[in-house]
Design a protein around this ligand. Structure first.
Ligand SMILES: [Ca+2]
Ligand SMILES: [Ca+2]
Length: 362
């Protein structure tokens, strides 16, 4: 992979894509699929939401003005959540990476559940920490993997130059000890591990979604190839926070956000969910058991010190979903609901957050 840094243009894209486990032709096919989205939901957003207040997000001014705590926070145990009735759907895609292929020809059924409309924000996580005194894995490990846009010189000097293990970076110091959360209460909390995410969820009597629950919510009742295109609205504008331009040197910022954005800057899905695609990857509770691929996108482990303190879950690879602000059409084409990535359960990184679910009883 060190060779990527010395490559230019198409040669570098080809090498990166090859390392991602798919051919250039497959990538271009991925981009070429078109067609009107069909809605085949057998469940989904339902009447349980009729009397509830939804978060008022979905535009730039709305997300910029959001304080990070949904209405009813602290009094309503489902504040900021919507209910999805159970249903069945095709888990996976035939248009994406090999590890996304649907298992068999059948459909996957999920039972009903409540799910956060947004990624969990810094304000929400801060409330959890203030109440419980919880110490995150990044704080215990005294570091985390942090992204920055490398210079050409940095890119030439080492592989994966966009990831750095930053000492004492944590959710409250996202770029390192000198940084803080001022002005970012409404951003997704990141640099949290799966253990951290589960601790927050359990504090609220909830859980992390399974991969199937997350994808059922992420597809919002749609079942067709448009799910596998770069997210754009009917006017052709980016409809999520991902990476436009050539990763990792040139971010054209067409979507208005170079890095993480506040939650809810883009229109909600048909299930009234924000940022299921992009912004921060999202932890699930599922272990990644698929074929290990030689792609390099998720290799935050490459910059983690060998002697870092490990949590109980250790190196166990877990499934994360939805892609992040780092997914581009020339690298990590994972700004799609079917996409999946593996991340060590106890490895905090600046592009991974989460949202919670509360399953129906019985
Ligand atoms: Ca962006
Ligand atoms: Ca997300």
């Amino acid at each position: 992979m060190a060779t990527f840094a010395r490559m230019r243009g198409a040669a570098r894209v080809a090498a990166v894509v090859a390392a991602c486990g798919m051919t250039l032709a497959a990538v271009y096919t991925l981009h070429a699929v078109t067609g009107q989205a069909r809605v085949l939901a057998t469940g989904g957003f339902d009447n349980a939401n009729a009397s509830r207040t939804l978060v008022a997000l979905g535009t730039g001014p709305q997300c910029a003005g959001y304080g990070g705590l949904p209405q009813g926070w602290g009094t309503d145990d489902k504040a900021g959540m919507v209910h999805l009735s159970g249903g069945d759907f095709v888990l996976g895609s035939r248009h994406g990476y090999p590890d996304e292929r649907p298992a068999g020809a059948g459909r996957t059924r999920v039972a009903g559940f409540w799910i956060d409309q947004t990624e969990v924000t810094n304000a929400q996580f801060a409330a959890f920490v203030k109440t419980t005194g919880y110490v995150t894995d990044a704080e215990r490990q005294h570091g985390a993997a942090v992204f920055h846009s490398p210079t050409q010189a940095e890119l030439s000097a080492r592989p994966l130059a966009w990831w750095t293990w930053v000492r004492d970076a944590s959710w409250r110091h996202p770029e390192g000890p000198a940084s803080d959360l001022r002005g970012r209460d409404n951003h997704p909390v990141t640099l949290v591990t799966q253990r951290d995410a589960l601790a927050y969820a359990q504090w609220l009597g909830r859980d992390l979604p399974t991969e199937a629950e997350w994808e059922y919510a992420g597809k919002a009742g749609h079942e067709d190839a448009t799910l596998d295109t770069a997210p754009r609205d009917l006017a052709g504008n980016p409809s999520a926070n991902y990476w436009q331009g050539n990763f990792p040197l040139m971010n054209s910022n067409e979507d208005g956000h170079i890095g993480r954005s506040p939650v809810g800057c883009y229109a909600a899905s048909d299930y009234k969910l924000f940022d299921m695609i992009g912004n921060a990857w999202e932890w699930t509770r599922d272990v990644y058991t698929g074929e290990h691929q030689g792609h390099s996108n998720g290799d935050t482990a490459a910059v983690a010190p060998a002697d870092r303190l490990h949590g109980a879950a250790g190196h166990t690879p877990m499934v994360i979903k939805g892609g992040s602000f780092l997914c581009s059409s020339d690298y990590c084409v994972r700004y799609r609901a079917s996409s999946r990535e593996q991340q060590e359960a106890d490895l905090p990184a600046s592009h991974i957050g989460f949202r919670t679910v509360l399953r129906d009883k019985g």
